[in-house]
Design a protein around this ligand. Sequence first.
Ligand code: SAM
Length: 309
Amino acid sequence: MFLNVNIRWGANIWGLARPLRFIRLNSQSRWLDRQSNDYYTREAKVQNLRSRAAFKLMEIDDKFHFFNKDKTQRVLDLGFAPGAWSQVARQRVGPQGMVLGVDILPCDPPRGVHSIQANILSAKTQELVRLYFSRYFQLYKNDELHKHHGYFQDGLEDELHNIRDTETYREIFDSSLITNKTDKYPVDVVISDMYECWPQTTGFWNNLTNLAYYRMANTSGVAVRDHYQSIDLGDAALVTAIDLLKPQGNFVCKLYTGKEDKLFEKRLRKVFQQVNRFKPDSSRNESKEIYFVGLRKKALIDKLDVFMS
Ligand SMILES: C[S@@+](CC[C@H](N)C(=O)[O-])C[C@H]1O[C@@H](n2cnc3c(N)ncnc32)[C@H](O)[C@@H]1O
């Protein structure tokens, strides 16, 4: 059904704003009602988890077992805010593991997790992730770096300035030099729940210079748009996995389902030995989200072949 509105700018716009605000408040209160009646939301509060999303990752791991307390695993959580998946990863990798969250929005990471406020679509983000997991520049151990809200990048520019000229730095970033200092694939598990942001509770965009909150992909309710935007973020997560994930490493990625699922799945099959599609019980029936799980990354991957055919 189309709403036929004849807008004369200036004259009628404020008249239109009122009903629109009413519609928004109505959908907000429906969302609040649904939240307060929801088992997983209540349970998340009881268990001190940052959101109900935690239960989705628990269910996915209960089925596919990609976290392992016995190995020292390094986990990269893409779009980690507010941090429920990072909490689950932290618990499931055990004390020796490392968890790094990346989010375009600023967010205090959960206990035992470090974070970078960065856009996954930027090449610099990979550099930061690589340095974080590097055994030779253990920046995460330096208190100076996380004294402000745990943000790893505080002071990072100074550190980068000091180390960019060193031989070790060159070895870490020069993939043609395979030495025992080079950790070409520093990550064991990549998890990506990238999509809509958590509700803004204070004016934190004062911290941002690039108006990330406006530029990000927010779920619009228009299925086609949400689907294509989530495919873009899924592809960004897949590129990150191709570049940083160890052979035999594992990958979890949320997607809003639609026409291109099959193509995304085909790309995943070129990177992982086993690919599964999964809808956890804790994901609402009416939600279009599904989760792809890629197990055991292949050793040789041709990125062009993954994305071109
Ligand atoms: C649904 S939330 C993630 C919830 C999280 N898994 C949890 O359990 O708390 C999606 C997140 O993706 C982030 N995001 C979206 N686009 C991004 C991008 N290009 N780079 C980094 N983070 C992004 C958003 O800021 C948002 O916080």
